[in-house]
Design a protein around this ligand. Structure first.
Ligand code: GDP
Ligand code: MN
Length: 380
């Protein structure tokens, strides 16, 4: 669950982390009223689920009411990387002496929480990580031990921040770690964390991802559901009861069972292809389910080939084969399909498909060969 900047700041504030006073709004007149209430100068900020808003013209300082109106008018409706701005956050503007970066996330391979801190904040941290990785101070926190005072201080000292920022940064590091762990977050990022000319350390931006599975512990997280932006493909698939996750590649994937669907993605990657999605059709591979799945995959313009990977269990091979053929009559498919059918009554299923094969419907016996064929077709 991704939070908007202002939601992330309210989340931070509930753990005592210093943020600027402000209010969210959705139209120009309210924006002006809010700006008047907050007091000038203010920052008018686009609230969208993407970063780089500053560069896209979505973050503007306003010295007076006239400027606040102008910026609110321009930012509302702005397209930032495909996200249309429908909400603004207006906060008291801060004076900035220095901009830092601080975050916590999970390092799965280390089985620890990873904290990153850099004196080079404000800009793209990926860029800092790529060009000057030594400028990011990292700590790995064992979830059992937690972030001790000692570790927090050591981390901050290694980052070479302005000495004036030391105490404030240590305090925020501990608060951020608490917010991240107690709040069941997958990511808590502050960029920039600023040092003001008065020597205060303060949050200027937030990026927070919460674990949606923890909602039972945090009933208030339900409020974030309504502001979620979901992948259109995912919406369509979920409406059909399919387990679907959109990806960036060109091989559409239909598999039965989450485990098989995940291995299918791995195998496609292994042969040099790139999956367009994860899609688990679950237990029943009948014509209705298969049609729904094919519709969703077919609607994705990036899909250049489709890999149907079915292991018959309770659903027998001939039912699967008939389901696929029936679904192909219902949905006009634009991309070639490669089928791998195995498991219960696979022979019978393959025999049903065999006479129907052509250059839009192909069959392979192994998962690896099918993945290779689909990936080659997708590559053109
Ligand atoms: P992002 O571009 O989406 O990461 O949005 P940010 O909230 O990080 O804002 C982008 C940049 O705008 C920051 O790095 C700051 O340099 C600047 N900015 C944001 N808020 C303020 C503010 O209160 N005062 C000043 N002077 N600059 C600000
Ligand atoms: Mn930022």
């Amino acid at each position: 669950m991704d939070l908007l900047e202002y939601q992330g700041k309210q989340f931070f504030a509930s753990y005592g982390i210093p943020v600027s006073a402000g209010e969210a709004c959705q139209d120009v007149d309210t924006a002006v009223a809010v700006a008047n209430r907050v007091g000038y100068p203010v920052v008018v900020k686009a609230q969208v689920h993407t970063g780089g808003r500053g560069k896209a013209g979505g973050v503007k300082l306003a010295a007076n009411e006239e400027e606040a109106r102008e910026h609110a008018t321009n930012i509302l409706g702005l397209d930032i990387k495909g996200h249309i701005v429908k909400r603004l956050w207006i906060e008291k503007a801060s004076d900035i002496a220095e901009e830092y970066y601080m975050s916590f996330t999970l390092d799965r391979s280390a089985k620890k929480h990873l904290g990153m801190l850099s004196a080079e904040g404000g800009m793209d941290i990926e860029e800092v990580a790529a060009s000057t990785p030594e400028k990011i101070s990292k700590i790995w926190v064992d979830p059992v031990d937690g972030l001790t005072d000692e570790l927090a201080a050591q981390w901050v000292d290694e980052a070479n921040l302005n000495p004036q920022a030391r105490e404030g940064a240590i305090e925020i590091a501990k608060q951020l770690y608490t917010a991240y762990t107690e709040g069941d977050a997958d990511l808590c990022e502050i960029n920039p964390l600023i040092l003001t000319p008065e020597g205060k350390v303060h949050v200027l931006d937030s990026k927070v991802t919460l674990d949606g599975n923890s909602e039972f512990r945090h009933p208030d997280y339900q409020q974030y559901d309504e502001t979620q932006t979901r992948d259109e493909r995912e919406e369509a698939a979920h409406a059909k009861g399919l387990q679907y996750v959109g990806l960036d590649g060109s091989v559409g994937v239909i598999a039965n069972g989450a485990g098989l669907a995940m291995s299918t993605l791995d195998v496609i990657n292994q042969v040099g292809g790139s999956p367009a999605n994860f899609l688990d059709i679950g237990g029943g591979a009948n014509a209705d389910v298969m049609s729904g799945a094919l519709e969703v995959i077919n609607d994705d313009p990036n899909v250049k080939a489709i890999f149907i990977n079915i292991f018959g269990g309770i659903t027998r091979g001939e039912e699967v084969a008939n389901g696929i053929l029936e679904a192909m009559k219902r949905v006009k498919i634009d991309a070639p399909i490669v089928i791998r059918l195995d498991g219960t009554n696979a022979e019978e299923g393959r025999a049903i498909l065999a006479p129907e094969l052509n250059d839009m419907l192909m069959m392979e016996t192994t998962m690896l060969d099918a993945a290779r064929r689909a990936s080659e077709l997708a590559a053109g």
